[in-house]
Design a binder for this molecule. Structure first.
Ligand code: KIV
Length: 262
């Protein structure tokens, strides 16, 4: 999957399927299932590192996980998520950090924000670094929003989001994540842009969808937003397996002869 392939999908009306990935094991499983795009999301701060938000994730953390995913990926497009403070301070730092993601094996980067990051997107694109935008509920601004809340509900906010989306497209973004915005607004933005939109909590009319892998597998249950659909219940399965293992070891039932060397 390449960026031109991804953009062709919109013209063909074929949905793009994206999921987060953080390691080689799950990258192989996701690819076997035939998904299109792997996002090494800074959500790893919450689901892998156990933090309450994504703000403490560092470039080093992101590059480590990007190398694991990119090293295992064979067909899907790998996108590295730029962590908090890696692109906000200056255009120069933003370009340098984005370039480090490409050196780690990603084909593109994602960053959060609208008008405030347009100059970053322009500069990266100019230097051959493809950029995916991210609008709506942008988790790195959680304190500004006072929590993880739906964005773009009022007319003024909706206008602003549409203007930001257009500005990102004009700056060269190749696609746009829309997170936690009303479905109707996501549809309007999707129709207004020629680049694909990827929704998460943004209704069915986006050009593609993304979910956090551990949410969709039912592994992470500490905070489950309305937009998450667990397609499996792996936490329950893991608990059952671990409890059985504990019981069998305690009761001397494991290992048996067939698990022993002779
Ligand atoms: O960090 C992440 O996983 C993300 C997606 C949820 C879009 O930004």
């Amino acid at each position: 999957m390449t960026i031109p392939d991804l953009q062709k999908r919109k013209a063909e009306g074929r949905k793009i399927v994206m999921v987060t990935a953080y390691d080689a094991l799950f990258t192989r499983i996701v690819e076997e299932a035939g998904l299109d795009v792997l996002l090494v999301g800074d959500s790893l701060g919450v689901v892998v590192q156990g933090k309450k938000d994504t703000l403490s994730v560092t470039m080093e953390d992101m590059l480590y996980h990007t190398k694991l995913v990119a090293g295992a990926a064979q067909h899907s497009l790998v996108i590295g998520d730029m962590p908090f403070l890696s692109y906000q301070v200056s255009v120069e730092e933003a370009v340098r950090n984005a370039g480090r993601f490409l050196q780690a094996g990603a084909a593109a980067v994602k960053l959060e924000g609208g008008a405030a990051v347009v100059d970053r997107v322009e500069a990266m694109t100019r230097f051959g670094i493809p950029v995916m935008g991210h609008l709506g509920m942008t988790p790195q601004s959680v304190h500004k929003y006072g929590g993880y809340k739906v964005q773009g509900k009022g007319a003024e906010q909706a206008e602003q989001l549409l203007a930001d989306a257009r500005a990102l497209e004009a700056a060269g973004a190749f696609a746009l994540v829309l997170e936690a915005v009303p479905a109707k607004l996501a549809k309007t933005i999707t129709q207004a842009l020629s680049i694909p939109t990827i929704g998460i909590g943004a209704g069915p009319d986006c050009d593609g969808q993304v979910l956090v892998l551990y949410d969709l597998l039912g592994l992470f249950d500490q905070f489950v937003p309305k937009f998450v659909k667990p397609y499996a219940h792996l936490k329950a399965d893991a608990l059952q397996a671990l409890r059985r293992y504990r019981e069998e070891v305690e009761q001397g039932k494991f290992p048996t002869d067939s698990e022993s060397y002779h």
